[in-house]
Design a protein around this ligand. Sequence first.
Ligand code: CMP
Length: 222
Amino acid sequence: MAVAQTLRGVPLFRELTEDELGRVAAAARERTYPRNSVILFEDDPGDALFVVVGGQVKVVLIGEDGREVILSVLGPGDFFGEMSLIDDEPRSAHVIAMEDARLLVLRREDFQHALEEHPRIAIGLLRALSRRLRRADDKIGALVLLDVTGRVAKLLLELADEQDGVTITRKLTHHTIAQMVGSSRETVSRTMRDLVERGLIAVNRQAIVIQDRGALERAAGQ
Ligand code: CMP
């Protein structure tokens, strides 16, 4: 029952009836992953789909020199691991727990069975994949068209918009921001200092606060 309630809040399963949802829930198992543990490895074969119930995970590519680029940060209601199940290719990226994470795991056979039995899941899947492609397009555009200040400004606006449009309380180190915008920690620290000095943002122990949204939007090319 608890699993079904969790799945009810997941956009992927929004189109399902109570009955259908119950059957998917019966096949899902809950697992917890401690902070920093690798949930799935790039290039491994894919054998399950994961739904985030609690905590946050990052989808990352890791270069030969150990540098990491964060493709996306996923939270409650998001899912991952579907790509390998759809195209039978190995995992396209690593997924790592950023904090203790609670996940629902649906094995490949159960996911494929659910998809065949309830084609409405496919509609939710297409919608989610379109949204993901939009975000990826947006990120490619930012990497090519904006400098680091622009990319940091854009990220801060997006993170603030996930809350009240002004405050970012999520714990983010400069290192993590650098991995999210494709830069180095040193450059991000310099950029953040510059944004504070120009009065665009304020930073305190609890939060980053946007003080001049207009200027930050202009920096982000909006
Ligand atoms: P899969 O390739 O099976 O394993 C890694 C998962 O990371 C992948 O499925 C997607 O669920 C997820 N993923 C890959 N690229 C992105 C992206 N750009 N944005 C969000 N999630 C992604």
